[in-house]
Design a protein around this ligand. Structure first.
Ligand code: ADP
Ligand code: ZN
Ligand code: ZN
Length: 734
């Protein structure tokens, strides 16, 4: 009888919707690896790192054709059972190939065969003798003094890389008995909370929100913390984290964009004397791996990160927090398209821990979940401390004297605020100098050669740039169509407003914060700190300026052009617009000085604007939800968007037509197909794009269709010539 062979079913990073069987490298009897372990396998001409899914005895592939697993890479699985379950579920729900999903969850270095995950990271810590040394006595050894100083601030110890001094400095300190090297997994000792940090007495509302969550610490419950801007949501997070850290638990905090909110990270660091792993885009691969390992080993107690941090392994999870839960950057928009918020709720349920979703402007989805009783709603209707809600006012621009989007009324108000020592924040969601370059002689307009879009004029750099595909070129000196030199920048971007402000307020410092002024390392941090201290009197910027910042000196916030979002075809545009306006408004009057908000518009009677100003976000959200219910749109329906693109306009259409034909038999009163239609910007970066929308009354119905439908795409003629993708629960319809 031939010896029984074992088969490894392996997820391989590839766009194919399937796993692959390999012959196990071990003799039976040896203890086999468990699912979640990395294995090196041959794949086509390459060797790739795959993840073991299951071990089985039989394969559909004849034994003679099976290839061998080349190597088992880990002694312990890199993805534990809980993450394997989460990711397998996510692959099924978002209909994305399992191999790519698992790879996306791993730090880059673990996707390569040669880096072995070292879970026993060693760190340097102060000894008792070291703690008693005075730094003055080391005046002649400044590097040693620096190490002692830094380690005093990091009682849990730091890795050598983090200390950035030569090894001999550390050896000398060790020799003197002042520092020692320990494994990171050792339980930390000492205080969790930095006593030096100022803690406010919670308001009654903050306290009752915190109590409600704390009552559910040992089981799953989702909470929606709806707190107006400046109501002290962060303070509630901090209060809840504290008892969990005391109990040796870990807390995972997801934020939309860490780079934009260094203040938030700083508040966590100030409050807690524990190791914090911050997962942000500025980390290099080995730093990222280290943070991941620290979370996995339990050494990092607080894990702060952007959406992909939802896949961080946790040794001892206590709670998940999602700040600014409405923010669309929590949704991955390409490749493996997932909602970190929705996955977080799933993960919390699986881990049986509470999850807290916080926002001043909750998404309609989350409000709906609260109304359905799935989430518990916690309300912070008032600002904390001495701050008052800002007053909001619509500025009717019709017929007003304007100068580059600055109305006379706004300029007057700015004068008043500046005289009183206030700081001003102006919001315009358009960077560059002007969105259009027009020939005054013949009407020619500068267009992108690769997109159905106009080029934006960046005057200071003398460039035209496409904000959709990134292409750029020198500004034409003469019209390429008629040769005239009368080329005009039409419309306003932040660069033009900055210039106008400098001319109008020559003695006042103006700070522009957008992607163009913060491209280089350190520029954003410097700008945010000038904004925070009040050194810059007028702040002007795009979205970057609207998110979560606490600029205590700002007393006037203005939205220069509210008309931009009012007439979009995306059914979510009004929700986005409302959130944006409230978030910008929320930057005003956050400290003692009262705040004022001005919204410039040519449509002062627009129902959305009126309702927001007169009744606030909750009233807007309620009527928006009613409208969604009447029109059967999410959250009262489920959607998936099938997108296709190719180098010709016909191919995506043909592919989607064929896909539609395959789905047509499934159509019903509650399951509908819309399209295919060309994408609103059909040509982008040289490719033509089209889309087909599936809308279902119920999630299960949609999932059922997708399960049968997607596997059949491969058989569509020419399907290989188009790049297609499926987006389940799309947040962006373009
Ligand atoms: P949010 O996250 O809701 O925008 P923050 O937590 O940033 O609000 O709080 C806004 C401001 O109010 C901060 O300066 C914070 O220190 C202060 N604050 C928070 N809670 C209290 C409180 N209970 N008493 C006094 N001030 C508070
Ligand atoms: Zn011309
Ligand atoms: Zn372009």
């Amino acid at each position: 009888m031939p010896a029984k062979i074992l088969i490894f079913e392996v997820a391989v990073p590839s766009p194919l919707y399937r796993s692959f069987d390999y012959r196990a490298p071990i003799a039976t009897g040896e203890s086999p690896p468990v699912p979640g372990t990395r294995v090196l396998v041959p794949f086509g001409q390459r060797r790739v790192v795959g993840i073991l899914l299951t071990i089985k005895q039989d394969s559909d592939i004849p034994a003679g054709k099976l290839k061998d697993v080349l190597e088992v890479l880990d002694a312990k699985p890199v993805l534990g059972t809980d993450l394997m379950q989460l990711l397998s579920w996510a692959a099924r729900y978002y209909h994305h190939p399992i191999g790519e999903v698992l790879a996306a969850a791993l730090p880059v270095l673990l996707r390569k065969p040669d880096s072995c995950p070292d879970t026993h990271v060693m760190v340097w810590k102060l000894t008792d003798a070291g703690r008693q040394q005075s730094l003055q006595s080391l005046a002649r050894a400044p590097r040693q003094a620096a190490v002692l100083g830094v380690l005093t601030e990091h009682p849990q110890g730091l890795a050598r890389e983090a200390l950035s001094v030569p090894l001999e400095v550390l050896n000398r300190l060790q020799h003197r008995g002042w520092i020692h090297r320990v494994g990171l997994e050792q339980a930390p000792a000492g205080n969790i909370v930095n006593l030096s940090d100022t803690q406010h007495a919670l308001t009654v509302q903050q306290q009752s929100a915190a109590d409600a969550v704390q009552a559910c610490f040992d089981s799953f419950q989702a909470f929606l913390l709806e707190g107006v801007t400046g109501s002290g949501k962060t303070e509630v997070y901090l209060r809840l984290i504290e008892p969990l850290l005391q109990k040796q638990k870990q807390v995972l905090v997801l934020v939309p964009e860490i780079g934009l909110t260094p203040q938030l990270v700083e508040r966590f660091r100030q409050r807690f004397a524990v190791d914090i792993a911050v997962l942000h885009s500025g980390l290099n691969d080995s730093q990222r791996l280290r943070a991941w390992q620290q979370a996995a080993s339990g050494a990092a107690r607080l894990i702060l990160g952007t959406r992909s941090a939802i896949f961080t392994p946790l040794k001892n999870p206590g709670m998940i927090i999602i700040d600014e839960e409405h923010d669309t950057s929590l949704k991955q928009q390409d490749g493996f398209r997932y909602s970190a918020r929705d996955l977080a709720v799933w993960r919390a349920q699986q881990l049986n821990i509470p999850i807290l979703l916080g926002s001043a402007t909750p998404s309609l989805e989350s409000l709906y979940n609260a109304q359905q009783g799935r989430y518990q709603l916690l309300d912070l209707p008032e600002r904390a401390g001495k701050a008052l809600a800002p007053t909001m006012r619509l500025l009717d621009l019709r017929g007003q004297t304007m100068r580059d989007l600055l109305s006379a009324t706004l300029l007057d108000a700015m004068d008043v605020h500046l005289k009183k020592g206030g700081q001003i924040l102006l919001f315009l969601n358009r960077r560059g100098f002007a969105p259009v370059l027009l020939c005054h002689a013949c009407g020619w307009v500068a267009e992108c050669r690769r997109c159905d879009a106009r080029m934006t004029l960046h005057q200071r750099r003398g460039e035209l740039r496409c904000h959709h595909c990134g292409s750029q070129r020198r500004v034409d000196a003469f019209c390429p169509s008629c040769g005239s030199s009368e080329l005009l920048g039409i419309g306003e971007g932040t660069e033009r407003i900055e210039q106008a402000l400098q001319e109008h307020f020559p003695d006042i410092s103006v700070l522009r914060i957008d992607r163009d002024t913060t491209r280089r390392k350190g520029e954003l941090e410097a700008a945010l700190s000038a904004a925070e201290t009040g050194a810059a009197r007028i702040l002007l910027g795009t979205q970057m300026l609207a998110k979560g910042h606490h600029f205590p000196e700002v007393t006037l916030a203005a939205i220069l052009d509210a008309d931009q979002g009012l007439f979009s075809t995306d059914f979510r545009a009004s929700e986005r617009m409302a959130q944006l306006i409230i978030q910008v408004a929320g930057r005003a009057g956050r400290a003692e000085k009262p705040g004022e908000v001005m919204i410039q518009t040519h449509h002062p009677d627009h129902p959305l604007l009126r309702q927001l100003v007169e009744s606030g976000y909750p009233a807007f959200a309620q009527s928006a939800l009613e409208e969604r219910q009447e029109t059967l749109l999410p959250p009262y329906a489920s959607m998936a968007l099938l997108r296709a693109e190719a180098t010709s306009a016909e191919q995506p259409k043909a592919f989607l037509d064929a896909a539609r034909t395959l789905a047509e038999p499934s159509q019903s009163a509650t399951l509908q197909l819309w399209g295919p239609v060309a994408a609103p910007m059909e040509r982008r970066a040289g490719r033509y794009r089209a889309q087909l929308l599936v809308q279902a009354g119920h999630r299960n119905e949609l999932q059922q269709l997708l399960r049968q439908w997607i596997p059949r795409f491969e058989a569509i003629r020419d399907s290989r010539r188009v790049r297609w993708s499926i987006d389940v629960d799309p947040v962006d319809m373009f």
